[in-house]
Design a protein around this ligand. Sequence first.
Ligand code: FMN
Length: 195
Amino acid sequence: MSSPNEADRPLACKVVCLGVTGGIAAYKAAELCSMLVKRGAEVHVLMTAAARRFVGELTFETLSHNPVITELFSRSAEYDPEHVALARRASAAVVAPATANILAKMACGIADDALSTALLTFDCPCFVAPAMNSRMWKHPATVENVRRLKERGVVFIGPAEGPLACRDEEGPGRMAEPAEIVERLEEFFRAGKRS
Ligand SMILES: Cc1cc2nc3c(=O)[nH]c(=O)nc-3n(C[C@H](O)[C@H](O)[C@H](O)COP(=O)(O)O)c2cc1C
């Protein structure tokens, strides 16, 4: 049975791997990271090269109090690669924002950078918060990738409908708000689905 403290703070001491990919919504991932840390989670951020074009890794290092993983091949990773070390400890993986590209890589099992490789080693629950232009979201390739990932148990949070970053465009594709993502994770851990 969970203690009252565990029920109040379901994310306390949970190891959350936050994958950040290259979309304009990457700035929202900084708020998500901060909210997770405030709720007691140990957050490890993995960023793609495209994500780093939108937000600097220093932001996430400062907010998470942990080094950000960006490289698959690094000197310190030679004997215990970071993605494997994390896979042993991760309570949950969250990709926010999730690009059309990372959804395609996840659906196909492609492991060509630190984040996609880590995602392939994890056996923890995986949540994704897609964010993209609605044309990309509605493309048959993305629709098929989403279907395959859902079938495999990946939990989708959003995307929401509304105005998109591209001028004058509206539709499904906005990243879910960080508060909603945190709430979904809290619900998941409160239900005791994974310790
Ligand atoms: C200004 C700009 C905004 C972009 N926004 C998105 C987006 O919101 N969603 C998306 O799927 N791709 C977006 N892209 C394209 C991705 O950055 C591109 O597909 C990239 O290869 C994704 O790499 P990653 O999945 O490894 O981060 C954007 C590109 C640019 C130049």
